[in-house]
Design a protein. Sequence first.
Length: 840
Amino acid sequence: MVVARETSLQELLEGSKQYQVPLYQRTYSWTNTQFQRLWDDIKQLADDRAGDAEPTHFIGSVVLAPSPTNGPAGVQEFLVIDGQQRLTTLSILLCALRDHRAKHEHPEHRERIDQQYLINKWKPDNQRLKLVPTQADRASYLACLNATPKAGGTDRIGAAYRFFSAQLVAADDPDDPNDIERIEDAVISGLALVSVTAQRGDNPHRIFESLNNTGLKLTQADLLRNYLFMRLPTRGEAVYESLWLPLQKNLDNDQLELLFWLDLVQRDPRIKQTDTYAGQQRRLDRMRTEEEIEQEVARFGRLGELLRTILEPSREDDPGVRHRLRRLGAWGTTTVYPVLLHLLDLRARELADSAEIARAMLYLESYFVRRLLIGRATTGMNRVMLSLVTEVDADLPIDEAVRRYLSSGRKYYATDRDIREAVRTVPYYLNGRPNQRALVLRWLEESYGSKEPVDLSSLTIEHVLPQSPTAEWKQALAQDLEPGEEFGQVHEALVHTLGNLTLTGYNSKLSNSPFEVKREQLASSGVRMNQEIAGQERWGRPQIQHRADALAERVISEWPGPIARDNSSTGPAWDVLNRALAELPAGSWTTYGDLAALIGSHAVAIGQRLATVAAPNAHRVLQSDGKVSPNFTWIDPERTDDPRELLEAEGVVFDAHGRANPEQRITTEGLALLLGADVPELVPEPDAGQDPKLRDRFREQLIEHQGPDVANAVVMMLNAWTAAGGYLEYGVEAETSCFLLSRRKSDPGGNIWPAALYPSGKFEIVFQHLRSRPPFDELSRREELRQRLNKINGVDLPESKIDLRPGFPLDVLLDASNREQLVEALEWFHTLARHEEGSQ
């Protein structure tokens, strides 16, 4: 027998209780996708409860089994049969809330949150924790609970802590002293759970098994259809034939569900898609007659026609509207759908004409493009779009109303001044989605109006100044350096900006080639942008910035800006900087220049900011040589501890000269990935269909850069890999890389490789690639690989880079014992990878 009741997190955790996760439960496995969904719900709930404490949000159930040793007094112990992922996540979030409020508001929040929700303060050690995770997760959880330097490591528990810490930093508005308090209230009192408690004597294993016997669930569209026809006892058959059936033929089940949500969200932007049926049912319950219900079904039919036009713009008759629908569809964000449905509905009801709604769609497109260019592609986007229909001024023509709405408040509708600054400084290539980055470049090319248009759909983004510059490129760029500037810092600041990017069909062939070679290829292209680049004698900082200025003017002419009272700039993205710092794992460091390149600022400005304004993990920001800045000071005047000693306690290794281990550095690209950047291009892949010439070129470059002894050692290792059943494939870029594959693309489960070798001297371990390839998507597998490799003399892969691409020098392979250990580790990898293939 079980007892189920609705409860809150506060009720679940307060008092002397302990929730133990049993051994048969899997380890903590939530990822950023689940974190983001939960956080979005919490943020929305906090806003909803700001003026009314009634709203709640249901997040699922927790199934518990009481300990047979429980008595009438003392700590009440429960086994968590189901819901441990949810309960663990919320406990980690409470740790992050506690630390944020203690640091930024008052230290008393630490003890308060600890005693109320995280620990049983006066109980014995074995009963001290309110939540006891599985053994594998316990050390990481305790680091967060006890706020040690190891808190926020690279495992899933650490990732959760870093994610919520970063979100709290971003959500903390200095002008609103109560915003974090509202978030805590939403978490503690607003999140609703169903607590299902078994009785003593019930078998927890049996309950766990029964919970996992699932069947096919009815969708919300199914439920709403059933409800509608239950309300049509006499008219049901006629309405079904004349109205519902055409709607059902127009849209599939998922699209129907989308339609019903879009209809609701135009009335209340807070409605979640998961609440579609409940929201429609509440609305329809107010209707009393069959005629009213029939009219609603007819209205759904009309809206369904409009939604199909949004999904299939070729159905649209007006060329201007069709063009904008195609572009907004290509942008790939469904958050614009409520607005598009509203615009088409206005035209259908003759409240706007095609020209007006086409202009309104242009303002939407312009808003998206300009936000991407200033590095604000997603911040608050959902709320802006979902609230537009209810907040737009109904007394204005719809195009003017949309532009005015987007121009008001803090919606990041970039001004012309913002655009001129951002295209010079913001790392465009690290923002937004890959398709969006390419789209803007294609649309810019289309703006040239070439008489013989080129098919741009197959072209990819090319860095003119390459991401991995050769010695020749370094020499060419050196002439642009000012006194005191370093090549790496200037390269980082330029390489991903819009002025250095174009579209080509030869991406991998051009790659690191000298500009003289690239210029010939670009000159022969039909792409006007490339012809302009090819007209330059050299390619360095002046040329990149000059092109950025020209592209900025083209952007401004193509995509209208906001209705601005002035042309002021939004300034540096300090919130992005704070989020990046909060996401830095313990045991890692970054530089002022890396952060400057991330947000489109300057290293000096970053240093000044961190010296005067509190920011998370500011001690993890070092000079480019890995040393603590001599000007570093704690914001807290009471704090006197040595930042280097703290970094060492966190796991950063310093040499005798006070320089941090460069392998533990998180570069601009790494910071962007920590923030969720969608840049698959940063992970090179082997090129299928190998040419023996590539193998020969790899070996020639290896001898040229490393000498015959290292080259011979590498070849012996590669021979051992192929003898064990592995494959070798080679890259086609100027520096010919070699990939060690266990599975090819055509194999079940797709391709997987543990490492890539570069003639310039790096043996790279591709954890970043492996985190999406079973079985190494499990952190424990990647960690085991890291530990096996770290047993090799000269290899030190930092834990903080377990999701990135660390490596070690190729000359490590000169030692026969090292080669033997490396081959053993790679054979272990290969066995697991091939076993996974067999299970597909």
